[in-house]
Write a protein that binds this ligand. Structure first.
Ligand SMILES: *[C@@H]1O[C@H](CO)[C@@H](O)[C@H](O)[C@H]1NC(C)=O
Ligand SMILES: *[C@@H]1O[C@H](CO)[C@@H](O)[C@H](O)[C@H]1NC(C)=O
Ligand SMILES: *[C@@H]1O[C@H](CO)[C@@H](O)[C@H](O)[C@H]1NC(C)=O
Ligand SMILES: *[C@@H]1O[C@H](CO)[C@@H](O)[C@H](O)[C@H]1NC(C)=O
Ligand SMILES: *[C@@H]1O[C@H](CO)[C@@H](O)[C@H](O)[C@H]1NC(C)=O
Ligand SMILES: *[C@@H]1O[C@H](CO)[C@@H](O)[C@H](O)[C@H]1NC(C)=O
Ligand SMILES: *[C@@H]1O[C@H](CO)[C@@H](O)[C@H](O)[C@H]1NC(C)=O
Ligand SMILES: *[C@@H]1O[C@H](CO)[C@@H](O)[C@H](O)[C@H]1NC(C)=O
Length: 525
């Protein structure tokens, strides 16, 4: 049975959640420590009590002035990390977090030097071989192609917002630049567009979204079928269902075809002909209890596109956060099989949303359904269907996910979740059960602005308003015995003669943390 279409808010929830939370706390208290102050490390020795490693990293590179906004960019083929802040783009060596270079983009708007006129960098992308830097530039967004021979200016609209506090996102994929940013100074006309590159400039139809906040976009590759590749983007928008008890916001996944060049001349020219959207569900469908506020997204790509997974972080109106996991295969099933909301006639061929090489030759009937009814009736459910993967009272704001090869050659997913108070939680995805491995305090009281995972080097770089810090994900030295090492259930670490970075055949028991594996060998000191 399909749940009702609206979402309950606080008065109803308080009753409903009390019962639910009691059960949940009982469950959670076994798998993770819930206290706000985690200075006390749980006692070791029982399988049911996790070894929660707590540490502090206060080192880092401090800015001379506090930054209100920062963006990270790391090209795939380089060890350099670019950090865009007010007036500057800094380059760092990711390995040692050493300062390499800076590009000075100060004073591009000479008339004004106060906030909000400051030139705050909002977008860094690689466009072909050049580094593209866009900044709010005192309400006159501007992009520069940075090169040693001098900076070239562009007046491209729709890449940078007018102020860093406005919503925006960017994606460089297959030779094209996609971006979402308002095209008006008041923040309106916020859209997801293709803005530069080899293919046509394409934008959205005005009625498709309502007051959106774009969170993330990703191209999902299909090695065997490149013309069918799609760009998925994730956002939240105003809920069009006007019920006083309904949550005002709703979270979405949408997609467009990479090969979409817009409709024919005179009808839907330069507009996406393949745009479809669906509701992204995270919560308890049986109870109609949902986390509706999408906060952050991390896509873990797989060789086979069907196995590509989307990790989505949500908050709720009752201030809990949740992580739900989706597969691209399940998302595609909805887009390929669902009916179209508000349309009950026969679905024309080709089916609206199909990727075709020449989108300008699509028939009117197909395009007009995309124009008028792009919303899927079916919803996208998480792979765990009946409940979120992980729920917490911590106010998480960012997520990244690392795939880690354990000593038995199996791969495990590690979620790295950042709170608004400078903590990073390292959470193991043990089947359908979350397990908190460690908590690291990286900043005393500021919220994470940007986060970048270096999976090869097993490092996480985190940007705050006051500094940039790196967190080593392989902190195995902290575990002093085989038992501690195994109880940690940390796929980055295994026991040999000491607890060390995982080696093939090292002693480890990720799924159960069962210390019996230690007795089969002589213990270290
Ligand atoms: C951050 O914002 C504050 C308040 O608006 C402002 O005074 C400060 O100069 C800004 N910092 C930077 C680096 O732009
Ligand atoms: C950056 O450029 C501005 C304007 O050209 C100049 O006033 C400022 O001193 C430069 N800052 C640095 C650190 O080079
Ligand atoms: C949630 O947090 C916000 C901001 O901190 C607060 O105003 C609100 O009362 C909280 N809601 C609940 C249900 O605790
Ligand atoms: C999607 O629809 C096709 C054709 O109607 C059907 O064969 C397939 O089983 C459906 N897939 C799912 C997951 O429902
Ligand atoms: C959670 O963190 C965000 C970002 O710092 C903040 O805007 C929000 O108010 C916080 N929510 C609560 C309930 O504290
Ligand atoms: C963080 O707070 C602790 C205790 O309040 C203090 O000792 C430490 O110096 C602070 N670190 C930074 C970087 O502010
Ligand atoms: C917390 O941040 C404020 C600025 O936002 C700073 O003045 C204060 O020193 C910080 N506190 C600690 C303990 O670091
Ligand atoms: C974990 O425990 C379960 C049940 O006790 C068992 O079936 C499974 O083989 C164990 N897995 C590992 C990796 O030890």
């Amino acid at each position: 049975m399909r749940p009702t279409r609206y979402i309950y808010t606080i008065p109803y929830l308080e009753r409903k959640m009390t019962r639910f939370l009691v059960n949940f706390y009982l469950f959670l208290s076994l798998t993770l420590v819930f206290s706000a102050d985690l200075k006390e490390i749980p006692i070791l020795g029982s399988k049911n009590i996790p070894r929660l490693l707590t540490e502090e990293i206060m080192a880092g590179l401090y800015y001379r002035v506090r930054q209100n906004h920062s963006v990270f960019f790391k090209p795939e083929d380089s060890e350099d990390l670019y950090v865009g802040v007010t007036d500057f783009v800094y380059t760092f060596d990711m390995d040692h977090l050493q300062f390499i270079d800076n590009f000075n983009v100060t004073g591009q708007n000479q008339q004004c030097s106060e906030e909000p006129c400051k030139n705050v960098v909002t977008v860094i992308e690689k466009l072909q071989d050049k580094l593209l830097v866009c900044a709010a530039n005192g309400l006159k967004p501007q992009c520069w192609e940075l090169s040693p021979s001098g900076n070239i200016q562009h007046k491209w609209r729709g890449i940078s917002p007018f102020s860093y506090s406005q919503n925006s996102l960017s994606l460089f994929a297959d030779g094209d630049l996609y971006a979402a940013a308002p095209s008006e100074v008041d923040g309106s006309l916020l859209q997801f567009r293709r803005v530069a590159g080899n293919r046509n400039y394409v934008w959205m139809h005005d009625s498709w979204v309502s007051e959106p906040t774009f969170i993330s976009a990703s191209l999902v590759k299909r090695a065997d079928d490149p013309d069918n590749e799609k760009i998925y983007f994730f956002f939240r928008e105003r809920n069009s269902y006007h019920n006083p008890e309904a949550d005002p916001w709703i979270s979405r996944v949408a997609r467009v075809c990479k090969v979409d060049e817009g409709g024919p001349k005179g009808f839907f020219q330069n507009k996406w002909t393949s745009f479809l959207k669906s509701r992204l569900i995270c919560g308890f469908p049986e109870e109609s209890l949902y986390f509706n506020h999408l906060q952050d997204i991390y896509v873990v790509h797989a060789e086979n596109w069907r196995q590509t997974r989307v990790y989505a972080l949500f908050t709720s109106s009752w201030n809990f956060t949740a992580v739900c996991i989706y597969s691209i295969e399940m998302i595609e099933t909805v887009f390929q099989n669902s009916s179209f909301t508000g349309y009950d006639q026969e679905i024309p061929r080709p089916r609206p949303g199909t990727c075709v090489k020449d989108s300008k030759s699509l028939p009117w009937g197909t395009i007009s359904i995309v124009r008028d009814h792009p919303e899927m009736t079916d919803w996208v459910h998480s792979i765990h269907q009946t409940a979120p993967f992980y729920i917490s009272s911590h106010n998480y704001t960012k997520i990244v996910v690392d795939r880690v090869k354990a000593a038995d050659q199996r791969e495990y997913n590690i979620l790295l979740l950042a709170t608004d108070t400078g903590l990073i939680h390292k959470v193991l995805e043990a089947g359908s059960e979350p397990f908190i491995i460690s908590q690291t305090q990286i900043s005393n009281n500021s919220s994470v602005q940007a986060m970048k995972l270096d999976s090869k080097k097993k490092k996480l770089v985190v940007g705050f308003s006051e500094k940039i810090s790196t967190m080593d994900l392989q902190t195995c030295k902290k575990y002093n015995s085989c038992e501690e090492c195994v109880l940690a259930r940390d796929p980055y670490c295994s026991w040999t003669t000491k607890c060390t970075a995982t080696v093939l055949g090292g002693i480890q028991n990720i799924m159960n943390g069962s210390i019996s594996v230690c007795s089969t060998t002589t213990k270290g000191n």
